[in-house]
Design a protein around this ligand. Sequence first.
Ligand code: GDP
Ligand code: IMO
Ligand code: MG
Length: 408
Amino acid sequence: MKVVIIGAQWGDEGKGKIVDYLANEAQVIVRFSGGANAGHTIVIGGEEYALHLIPSGVFYPDKMVILGAGMVIDPVALFSEIRMLEDRGIDTRGRIFISDRAHIVLPRYIQIDKERDAARKRPIGTTGRGIGITYSMKSDRDGIRIADLAWKEKMDGLEKADREFLAPYIDRLLAMSIDLSSYLVHHRNSQVLFEGAQGTLLDLDLGTYPYVSSGMSCAAGAAIGGCVGPRAIDKVLGVFKAYSTRVGNGPLPSEFDPDSEDELCRFVRDTGREYGVTTGRPRRCGYLDLVSLRYACLTNSIDGLVMTHLDVYDTFEEIKACTAYRIGDKIVENFPASIGCLNSAKPVLRSFPGWKKTLAGALTYEELPVAAMEYIEFIERFCETPIDIVSVGYDRKATIIRKSPWTK
Ligand code: GDP
Ligand code: IMO
Ligand code: MG
């Protein structure tokens, strides 16, 4: 069975935690998009790890992890991540593979990314990892793929600085390279997880363009970046937080008001540890945006939602979520494409009673307080999508499974 896990918001929903948890029952984990702009945090028994390129299944010694064709790979970042894992006692030998169709990030792309974003009239606030430039080179047909490292004519034709940069990595990258479609045919009877990066609203096509990343973070991207057809995918899970966050610029319609809700923002940011894993930037925070969550369910055909960070609300008297936007004198219930509309949108908020109890230690849905269940069940009705998994803490163990991801 092949299960896709994507972010249903603006990234950082807790995909890493969930993929790590579910990888226990998978044999192969494929990251299908993005690059070292991602930061996926995994906490296992008090040990915290931040992954940028390597799939979140790597902590189980018997799992195969693959960097898919839709990824853009910075060799410096990749080998420093492998070293970090090895230094911390994770044996990765013979378990990390790269699709021969994945593209390579060069140092000069990183430089151009930083300079170009700084020079923009309205900067996107990129992570400065060369992501957009590498994907542009790819669509311009000037990119360098892993397979190209063995293509002498192409390598001989590169600029001297690029050739010199790549030289020490060629053998190591080629040794990890695989034909992903054939690999997955051999594993046709395995449980495969496709791990997304970023989130639906940062997807190049579906997101809040131009304030997006440049890869495919939507569920369809799992097919392309994972080298399988769309019909090979059995199930799509969309991860979302019980509130909203965003790093970088662009619309966040349900953002807490910096004048009147600064304290609320600070509480959520500190309790949810809302600081970027890749850049350390504080994340912007806001109410759960159900308008965009329903949009994510529709555009990704999400079968089941995974709700994370519910515990952040443990002490709240009242919880609010955005159920529509007020734009001018109109109430808008669908997620608009126009950035102008999104920038002027004011959230229409619905209030829910808090539970005022710690969720820590809850292992089953029935152990959750009634008020938490009511919040969950309202979201399910609003999005017309079940919430199959609830996460109540950052540790691997703080996870409640309502429906197995391996059941259709
Ligand atoms: P990702 O990019 O989607 O993998 O998410 P990040 O790792 O960037 O950010 C999620 C943050 O929330 C990390 O610090 C996680 O350890 C943490 N986290 C994940 N799930 C939960 C949860 O249910 N509750 C709390 N309090 N923290 C969580
Ligand atoms: P994970 O996988 C949150 C944001 C950046 C910026 C925009 C474009 O951890 O959820 P880029 O460097 O990709 O060109 O930046 O996208 N961004 C993310 N925000 N989580 C991520 O990944 C992100 N990856 C990119 O902050 O606004
Ligand atoms: Mg992240």
